[in-house]
Design a protein around this ligand. Structure first.
Ligand code: COA
Length: 214
């Protein structure tokens, strides 16, 4: 019983695209995640996240990210789960793509969020990693809907959504650190999804699905 997946089944999951490897972030990989985030994710003073975690001081960034990863793992259950997938490109950690659900057995709906370090942005990698989790959701988890949302000004995130066939799903107002933010919601279904021209390779689905109660 030395493999991490022997005590935490989702650690077996690996999604592979032409350029990327996506897998749940392990503790020993947290330093690489913190380093990628510290190198810059968004323009200073304009965080695309409801909690501007990426703008925390160098001192607070590591503990905050680690605690978030542990919290997500600690709270996982068939009723509510989040897989935080680290993104590896040419052997380097470049960002994170998460996929999660509440009451999945009933709603068959997943939601996603993501970030890439700035130097990896704008090369189609954000689209590739989102396409990977949407393929995984529809083809393996048998989801009916994948949802996402972004600040109405976040053209990069909405650009990924648009290019994968997501449709606009209403605007809502949210309080981000006490400031009003217009948030654009989007959704895609197996019918509207503009599939990539590559096939996703999936390893470790069965233990993950069993752990998620599927
Ligand atoms: C959002 C993010 C993951 C997107 O990844 P990316 O690698 O930069 O985006 P891609 O290069 O894959 O672009 C995908 C599509 O969006 C389009 N796009 C990208 N930037 C755009 C912009 N500023 N305006 C319009 N379209 C844009 C691209 O043209 C492409 O569409 P196409 O394939 O049809 O040409 C990345 O930019 C990021 O980490 N941003 C900071 C964090 C963030 O905003 N996270 C999301 C929070 S909701």
């Amino acid at each position: 019983m030395t493999e991490p997946a022997s005590y935490w089944p989702p650690f077996a999951l690996v999604l592979t695209t032409p350029r990327l490897s996506l897998r749940p972030i392990r503790d020993e990989e947290i330093p690489a995640a913190v380093q990628a985030a510290a190198s810059g994710v968004s323009e200073p003073g304009r965080s695309p996240f409801s909690t501007p975690w990426n703008e925390f001081s160098a001192e607070d960034l590591g503990p905050n990210m680690a605690q978030w990863y542990w919290r997500c793992r600690g709270n996982m259950s068939p009723q509510e789960w989040t897989l935080l997938l680290g993104i590896w490109h040419d052997g380097e950690f470049i960002g994170c793509q998460d996929i999660g659900a509440k009451d999945f057995a009933t709603l068959r709906t997943v939601s996603t969020g993501s970030w890439l370090r700035k130097s990896a942005q704008g090369r189609g990698l954000g689209k590739e990693m989102r396409a990977a989790v949407v393929c995984y959701a529809f083809d393996h988890l048998k989801a009916d809907v994948a949802e996402s949302e972004a600040a109405a000004w976040n053209e990069k995130s909405l650009g990924v959504s648009r290019s994968l066939g997501y449709e606009l799903n209403g605007v809502t107002r949210a309080s981000w650190g006490g400031t009003m933010q217009e948030v654009q919601k989007v959704r895609v279904t197996p019918t509207t999804f503009k599939r990539p021209d590559w096939t996703l390779k999936v390893q470790g689905h069965e233990p993950t699905a069993k752990f998620l109660g599927l």
